[in-house]
Write a protein that binds this ligand. Structure first.
Ligand code: PMP
Length: 296
């Protein structure tokens, strides 16, 4: 387990720098939204990319079915993003992706539920959603991959050197790492582990999806039911003219930051681990009330 800097975005470059550059092979990328798309573009600066699936045709509203993923058996790794923060698309379970190392960007669902960590070659996550403050990126990487980092990379970009130096090659982001320690202790001892955290997150997200689904189309979820994220709930108001009054009315009740990401618009409720049930209930109540007043 490494504690690195540069955010998740640096991992978009570091992964192909360490494992794609100079191989002459193409890495498999499963593109389910903004962040995996961005990762595939960063990888192209280092080598060839095979897009194993791209959800563009459906406006990135779901993860692929197993039979839709076109893998290259010679790929040095296969890459996916377990939760697309902007589109609110999350894998309910990990697909079967063969024997090549699996690289996962778990930035926006790290610690939201238990994961089969042994199935990943690399699992990375920036801290600033569920783990702590921005400034540290957690990288869980298999020993056999660490050993393969090429020696001609700058030290801070080389997994092997960072691992040999126990993430202490230069001054680490000490406060951010300390904060992650406090958060993982809270998860273990106050919440009761990731299984419990998942139960809570499922309940929280269900409150919102149920309100959306029961609104007779007044609210519309972006993601298909089978791919809905338990962390980010993007939705639209069918009549876009209500969006501004919705956001203003919500803000007046203390429900803020509900505007969707600038790249997609609409609304988005990000309900990370730290958002208590009461916060989600308050949003749900506001949504029901707003729909009652304005639905035809
Ligand atoms: N991947 C995902 C899934 C994200 O949500 C984000 C940040 N919103 C990033 C990567 C980029 O993270 P950072 O800002 O730490 O580079």
């Amino acid at each position: 387990v490494l504690f690195l800097q540069g955010g998740a975005l640096l991992q978009f470059g570091m992964v192909p720098m360490n494992f794609l550059r100079n191989t002459g092979k193409a890495a498999d990328y499963i593109v389910t939204g903004t962040w995996s798309k961005k990762a595939s573009e960063e990888a192209k600066t280092q080598g060839k990319v095979n897009v194993a699936w791209d959800g563009k045709a459906g406006n990135y509203n779901r993860v692929p079915r197993q039979d839709e993923i076109k893998l290259d058996p010679a790929a040095p790794y296969v890459y996916l993003c377990s939760n697309e923060t902007i589109q609110g698309v999350q894998y309910p379970t990990l697909p079967q992706l063969g024997d090549v190392p699996l690289v996962c960007d778990s930035s926006s669902d790290f610690l939201c539920r238990p994961v089969p960590v042994e199935r990943f070659g690399i699992l990375f996550a920036c801290a600033q959603k569920n783990a702590g403050p921005a400034g540290v990126t957690i990288v869980i990487i298999r020993d056999d991959l660490v050993a393969k980092s090429p020696s001609d990379l700058p030290s801070l970009l080389n997994y092997k050197i960072m691992a040999e130096n126990k993430s202490l090659l230069n001054t680490p982001p000490t406060f951010a790492i300390y904060f992650v320690h406090l958060v993982t202790n809270w998860l273990l001892h106050d919440i009761g582990g990731l299984g419990k955290m998942e139960e809570i997150n499922k309940k929280k997200s269900k409150l919102l999806y149920d309100a959306i689904d029961a609104s007779a189309g007044f609210y519309q979820a972006h993601a298909e039911p089978s791919s809905r994220s338990i962390m980010n709930v993007p939705f639209r108001l069918a009549d876009a003219a209500f969006e501004e009054p919705f956001l203003k009315g919500a803000a007046a009740c203390g429900l803020v930051e509900l505007k969707g990401h600038r790249s997609v618009g609409g609304c988005r409720a990000s309900i990370y681990n730290a958002m208590p049930m009461a916060g989600v209930e308050a949003l749900r109540d506001f949504m029901l009330d707003f729909a009652k007043k304005h639905a035809k």
